[in-house]
Each structure stands twice: as structure tokens, then as C-alpha cells.
Design a protein around this ligand. Structure first.
Ligand SMILES: *Cc1c(COP(=O)(O)O)cnc(C)c1O
Length: 374
């Protein structure tokens, strides 16, 4: 089956009792026993529930994995992988890793795990950072907010050589634009808060596995005993959002390409970071490993931090807010969010390109950018 069909059907089941075409929301926390058995297949909602099972099924199939564990947030999903590692394990992560997960490692796993944050565009540096305790390589591509790419197939080869687990945060790309498991990764992580739900009205996360191996069993145990699980209603909403994911992504990409080209041509703009642009330093890698370029871009302004704030304060259609992947366009000064240890330039703005008409988006930017330039 193709992704459009999976997105609509794999997370849905016509209800046997009522014949409702859309799978009902089951809020019950507990399920009836009979003679010590559970005839419905469910025991207690933290362990499993029908809406979560459907969400996990569609997510696993979209990424070409065998199974998925859904969590209450992307951070909880990432944490399940770190918790599943034995104490003393070493992790190699990108130096521009999503700041929430970077801080999680630095603060919550200090003294429990060891880690190195390095430049993932340098493959030989990745290999030379491996030590006897290294267990996991964690990649994020495209990265936040400079849209740098990590070569998934090449890192998968390194992981194979040293028998390491390879996880990829695929939040920016979605399974529509990039399929890490096909390129050799073992685990894929998403903040389903973003494109997968797509409507900026729920938080969620997921880990998807290529194989149901021993390490996967540990992640499943963290999910059940740790209990950072999504509510049935969260699962219902994300499953509903996923039905339109393939078509939403086409719109996001179409708008992002046009916006990137527009920004690149504007005299007030210093640089545009978007993997779909020929000027992106890793455009060839993008063409090789991505099916499409997704809807995230960032750009820097010649007028510095002041110009960045002048621009965003004048916008009418773009909303100034963090997060991404919703139908509405968001714009954000990332430096202010990420804190002092960030490498993000002060004159950088990150855009989650939404599904409004592109002419309206460009007109909104033009009104403010042209004014900056004069
Ligand atoms: C948002 C995000 C996360 C964290 O997800 P939450 O749902 O906010 O906990 C992780 N990685 C990336 C790339 C993200 O954008």
C-alpha cells in the first residue's frame, strides 16, 4: 500500500458494535475481565487502549517499521530511548540537537549516561568519537534551526560496523519526506505534536522500530512502567490528523519552495537555509536521501537582530510562536528560545511554512522586508 492509503486506513477500524465508520474514542481506563481473561484484549489504559493501538499501527506502517510506542510528548519519546540504555552507556549526538533533548541529557542523565555533541556533517568525526562504551548514535535531520543534514545511509554503515543502535529524529521531515528505516536506521523518533498531528492542538511523541528486538522490549517497558503515555483523546486527534498528512506535506513543500526562492532574492536577506534550494551546501545529499524537502526553513537578515525583530513585529499573517508543522505559518526568533549555549545566530528567523495561500504569505513578508531595506 502507498502512504496516502496507509495514512487513511491503517489507524482506523469500522466499529464492530455500531458500524461507525470512524473508530470511536474509548475513554475507559479499565476493561472487563471474564474468568481471569480479558476477552476484549485490553487490561488497563496505561498498558494499552484501542485508540493508542490504532495510532501506533499507522505510525509504524508509515515509517516502514514493525512496531511503534506512542508517548505524551516528543521529549518523553526521546527519553524512553535514553532510559532503555544501560547506565554508563555513551551516546553520540549532533551539536545542534533539539535543545529540549540536549538539555534532557545534560540535566537528567548527568552521571548516568555519557554523551558527546558533535558536528554531524563530519562523518570521520562521528567515527572517531566512538569509544568502548558507545551504544547509540542519535541523528536529527534536517536539523533545527539551520536545516543541516546528516547522511543517514553513511551513519547507518558506521553503526553496523561498530554494532551501535542508530536512532533518527525525523520530526522535521515526516515519513512523507524521508524514510530513515529504509536507509538503515533502527529507530525513528517523532514529536507528533508537529506535522503528524498537524493542527497545533495536541502534544505527542513516538518511537518506531525497524525490528521488535530486545532493545525494543525495553522501550515498551519504559512506556508502560514510566507511564508517559498519551490520552485516548490525544491519540484520536493525532490519528485524525495523520489522515491528511501526505496532502498537507505537498502543500507545505510547495509553499516552502516558493518562499525560499522569494527570500533568497530579497536584498535585505543575508542567507536562506532550505534543503530544497540549489544553494544549500548539502543539496545533493537532500536529493539523495529525502523524498521531498518539507516545510521548514530559516533565514538571516543583513540588518542583524534588530532587523529580525522589526520584521516579525510587523507581520500580520505569520504568528510569532514556537513549534512547527501546523496548518498556520509560524515565525520565531530562535536565539531567544534556545538560551545562551546555542549556536543559532541572533539575526536568524525560523519559519514553519503553513498552508495559507503563498501570495498572501509573500505579500505579508514583502511589506515588512521592503520597508527594512529602504
Ligand atoms: C518539538 C521537537 C521535539 C520535542 O517534542 P515535544 O513534543 O515538544 O516534546 C523533538 N525534536 C524535534 C526536532 C522537535 O521539533
Amino acid at each position: 500500500m502507498n502512504l496516502e492509503t496507509i495514512a487513511i486506513h491503517a489507524g482506523n477500524k469500522v466499529d464492530e458494535a455500531t458500524k461507525a465508520v470512524v473508530q470511536p474514542l474509548i475513554l475507559s481506563s479499565t476493561f472487563e475481565r471474564s474468568n481471569g481473561e480479558y476477552p476484549g484484549g485490553y487490561i488497563y489504559s496505561r498498558a494499552d487502549n484501542p485508540n493508542r493501538k490504532s495510532l501506533e499501527r499507522v505510525l509504524a506502517l508509515l515509517e516502514g517499521g514493525e512496531d511503534a510506542c506512542a508517548f505524551a510528548t516528543g521529549n518523553a519519546a526521546g527519553m524512553s530511548v535514553f532510559q532503555a540504555l544501560a547506565p554508563g552507556s555513551h551516546i553520540i549526538c549532533p551539536d545542534d540537537m533539539y535543545h529540549g533533548l540536549r538539555n534532557q541529557l545534560k540535566i537528567l542523565f548527568k552521571g548516568i549516561l555519557t554523551f558527546d555533541f558533535i558536528d554531524f556533517t563530519d562523518l570521520s568525526l562521528i567515527e572517531s568519537t566512538i569509544n568502548d562504551s558507545t551504544k547509540l548514535i542519535w541523528a536529527e535531520t534536517p536539523s533545527n534551526p539551520l536545516l543541516k543534514l546528516a547522511d543517514i545511509a553513511a551513519i547507518a554503515e558506521i553503526c553496523k560496523k561498530y554494532q551501535l543502535i542508530f536512532a533518527v529524529d525525523n520530526t522535521f521531515a515526516t515519513p512523507i519526506c524521508q524514510q530513515p528505516l529504509t536507509l538503515g536506521a533502527h529507530l525513528v523518533m517523532h514529536s507528533t505534536t508537529k506535522y503528524l498531528n498537524g493542527h497545533s492542538d495536541v502534544t505527542g511523541g513516538v518511537i518506531i522500530t525497524k525490528n521488535k528486538d530486545e532493545f525494543w522490549e525495553k522501550i515498551r517497558t519504559v512506556q508502560g512502567f514510566g507511564g508517559a503515555t498519551p490520552s485516548p483523546f490525544d491519540c484520536y486527534l493525532i490519528t485524525r490528523g495523520i489522515k491528511t498528512l501526505p496532502y498537507r506535506m505537498r502543500g507545505h513543500v510547495e509553499n516552502a519552495v516558493k518562499l525560499a526562492v522569494y527570500l533568497e532574492s530579497h536584498p535585505a536577506v543575508e542567507a536562506v537555509f532550505y534543503p530544497g534550494l540549489a544553494s544549500h551546501p548539502q543539496h545533493n545529499l537532500a536529493k539523495k536521501q529525502m523524498l521531498s524537502y518539507s516545510g521548514m526553513l530559516s533565514f538571516t537578515l543583513k540588518g542583524g537582530e534588530k532587523a529580525a525583530f522589526d520584521l516579525i513585529n510587523g507581520l500580520k499573517i505569520f504568528t510569532q510562536a514556537t513549534s512547527l508543522g501546523g496548518v498556520e505559518s509560524l515565525i520565531e526568533h530562535r536565539y531567544a528560545v534556545e538560551g545562551p549555549d546555542t549556536k543559532t545566530p541572533k539575526n536568524l528567523l525560523r519559519v514553519s511554512v503553513g498552508l495559507e495561500h503563498i501570495d498572501d504569505l509573500i505579500a505579508d513578508l514583502a511589506q515588512n522586508l521592503d520597508h527594512l531595506n529602504s
